[in-house]
Design a protein around this ligand. Structure first.
Ligand SMILES: Nc1ncnc2c1ncn2[C@@H]1O[C@H](COP(=O)(O)OP(=O)(O)OP(=O)(O)O)[C@@H](O)[C@H]1O
Ligand SMILES: Cc1ncc(CO)c(N)n1
Length: 259
């Protein structure tokens, strides 16, 4: 049984965060574990409150997991503060965690801030170096690169800029583009595009969390990063295509589609 650890925030409405991660991991028939970095009060319409874990308590959770059931892959999502990022980076290095997928969560689909401004540098220089792959969406790639992204050419330019500080795989997700949702992978000087038909479904809450967890599952199974992205996109397409329609805003995905 493959074991996957998700380090992320809780979304009480079940669409994003730890809930999306654990649903994705279970749908892959793997064993999911969680280190919860924050509780959020949110639903399909917005984020109404955030209560962070203390850094000490996050460290205790990481010790409890790593000292007992060593994960085959780790997905990192929402980590909102500098001190939390620091403690997570220290623990992942101490335990020599492998197959690390970092989704640098900054803002929710509904537009709420999930990362403090003073934590961006720590994310860039302490957590990113530990990751095998980072999966920023367009606003996150803009923040990491300092480039305004309006089209696919800008995505390539942003990836090149991010690669100056990060040698791993950079997947810029295109879900926020108007006329496509193509994702760009940059690694070792090479661009690869994951072209995909844009599905007519506005219920996209948790797509980013789902994609990064699904990538972690395939990495744990021994697939390469490029293969893992391909598998994860297939999983995500199934969950989006189901057209689940819950809540009054941007609803969640259906993780039961392939069980
Ligand atoms: N309408 C769509 N049709 C097909 N794929 C989509 C669609 N919307 C998003 N995706 C895919 O979902 C994944 C996540 O993309 P997106 O850019 O929305 O991430 P995100 O903003 O981090 O997600 P989240 O809503 O969880 O914050 C990408 O692989 C993207 O291509
Ligand atoms: C807890 C959490 N993590 C990530 C996101 C981004 O979708 C969210 N909305 N909530």
């Amino acid at each position: 049984m493959r074991k996957i650890l998700a380090i992320a925030g809780s979304d009480c409405s079940g669409g994003a965060g730890i809930q999306a991660d654990l649903k994705t991991i279970t749908s892959h028939k793997m064993y999911g574990m969680s280190v919860i970095t924050a509780l959020t009060a949110q639903n399909t319409t917005g984020v109404f409150g955030v209560m962070e874990s203390t850094p000490d308590f996050a460290a205790k959770q990481l010790d409890a997991v790593f000292s007992d059931i060593y994960p085959d892959a780790v997905k990192i999502g929402m980590v909102s503060s500098k001190t939390l990022i620091e403690v997570i980076a220290e623990k992942l290095a101490e335990y020599k965690a492998k197959n690390i997928v970092l989704d640098p969560v900054m803002i929710s689909t509904s537009g709420s801030k999930l990362l403090n401004d003073d934590a961006i540098e720590t994310l860039k220089y302490k957590l990113m170096p530990l990751a095998d792959i980072i999966t920023p969406n367009i606003p996150e790639a803009e923040c990491l690169s300092g480039i305004k992204i309006k089209n696919k050419q800008d995505m390539e330019e942003a990836a090149l800029k991010i690669s100056k500080n990060f040698p791993g795989h950079i997947l810029i997700k295109g879900g926020h583009l108007e006329d496509s949702s193509d994702d760009l992978l940059f690694h070792d000087g090479m661009f690869s595009w994951y072209n995909h038909e844009k599905i007519k479904n506005t219920n996209t809450h948790g797509t980013g969390c789902t994609l990064s967890s699904a990538i972690a599952c395939s990495l744990a199974d021994g697939f390469t990063v490029a293969e893992s992205i391909f598998n994860a996109k297939n999983y995500l397409t199934g969950a989006l295509n189901y057209n689940l329609n819950l809540g009054k805003g941007r609803g969640p995905l259906n993780h039961c589609w392939n069980i």
